[in-house]
Design a protein around this ligand. Structure first.
Ligand SMILES: [Zn+2]
Length: 347
């Protein structure tokens, strides 16, 4: 297991740039064939392209300054260039998908591009004096975001993480929906959910597709959350750690053995927090996950004393080594992310 906690969710990468906050979506159910290598390659191009588009812009600031009446239309026009080139760059960098089952998503993305372009053109005209066009601009932007969400829901459905698995309560190496880990997720959500433990064979297939969809970053993910199905998907090593903790009663009190169990519990809590707040950043998600480890442990039947020990181990021995994206100075007692601000309990 990688020592730094890398967990991501499939996210509508184009969202949140103009008008709407992006919300993750992977849905559906049933058996689907895993993505082929050629499809993964296409997903990678798509993920890299949409990630670039999301990052390149810096649109929000000039946009907000214009709204506040002190902006510079030139700065805005420069910032939105990548969005005005959406269709062109999509065709150049992503292009037609291999095989028919990605066609619908591809068509939705091309429609989204046209809607983004229209939205930006109208927005520029509205800033230049045709004020009433602002409503059409916003409608086009909202439509574009909806189309992206639909496309990414399609891609998420094809991921295959919703496929039928046996429901079991017990340790194991084969893919399963774990009944007890599921209960812990459901307790936090106050609703239906699933914790899925994936086998060594199944996991890399899912992982490659998730990573591709996130832009092909070279990350070793330990889990991912599929929001529309409320699924917490877990790396085989994360489940192995949970199995030892929950089913085998393992209680190491120091060193890497204890860190491994703390890590397993933290991954479960982390993916659960993604389901609770899909739009939150990794750093915020991780901070709340640390503070929910005791609750997760209680749902799993772990004695409070040992839950406390694992929480402290995660905080002192894992958190400092987190990748920067998974850390924040706001994560501290009485800080902005303190879930119990009136107490000295932290994490
Ligand atoms: Zn995450």
């Amino acid at each position: 297991m990688a020592d730094s906690l890398r967990v991501r969710l499939v996210r509508a990468l184009l969202c949140g740039v103009f008008f709407l906050a992006g919300v993750a979506g992977c849905g559906g159910s049933g058996e689907v064939a895993p993505y082929s290598d050629a499809e993964i390659e296409w997903l990678q191009s798509y993920g890299a392209w949409s990630g670039n588009l999301g990052r390149s812009s810096g649109v929000r600031r000039p946009y907000e300054e214009l709204l506040a009446g002190r902006g510079d239309i030139g700065a805005y026009e420069r910032a939105v260039q990548p969005w005005l080139q959406c269709s062109r760059s999509y065709r150049k960098r992503v292009g037609n998908p291999p095989g028919a089952r990605l066609d619908r998503a591809a068509q939705l993305i091309e429609q989204a591009c046209r809607a983004f372009e229209r939205s930006v053109r109208l927005q520029i005209r509205s800033f230049k004096g045709e004020v009433n066009l602002v409503f059409d601009a916003e409608a086009a932007g909202a439509r574009a975001n909806r189309l992206v969400l639909q496309a990414e829901e399609d891609l998420g459905r094809l991921l295959g993480d919703a496929r039928p698995l046996p429901l079991r309560a017990g340790p194991g190496r084969t893919s399963r929906i774990d009944r007890r880990y599921t209960k812990a997720v459901e307790a936090r959500l106050s609703g239906q959910a699933e914790a899925r433990c994936w086998s060594e064979d199944d996991w890399p297939v899912l992982r490659d597709a998730v990573i591709a969809l996130n832009g092909g970053d070279d990350v070793d993910i330990l889990g991912f959350a599929s929001n529309s199905g409320n699924r917490a998907n877990l790396h085989p090593e994360a489940c192995r750690a949970l199995d030892r903790l929950v089913y085998e009663g393992d209680r190491p009190h120091s060193g890497s053995a204890r860190r491994t169990l703390a890590h397993g519990l933290l991954v479960l809590a982390h993916e659960t927090e993604h389901l609770v707040a899909p739009a939150s950043s990794e750093a915020d998600t991780e901070c709340y996950a640390l503070q929910r480890m005791r609750d997760a442990a209680a749902s799993l039947g772990i004695p409070p004393g040992y839950a406390e020990e694992l929480t402290q181990a995660a905080w002192q021995e894992l958190y400092p080594d987190n990748d920067p994206e998974y850390r924040t100075p706001d994560c501290r007692d009485a800080g902005p992310l303190d879930a119990r601000p009136r107490t000295r309990v932290f994490p």
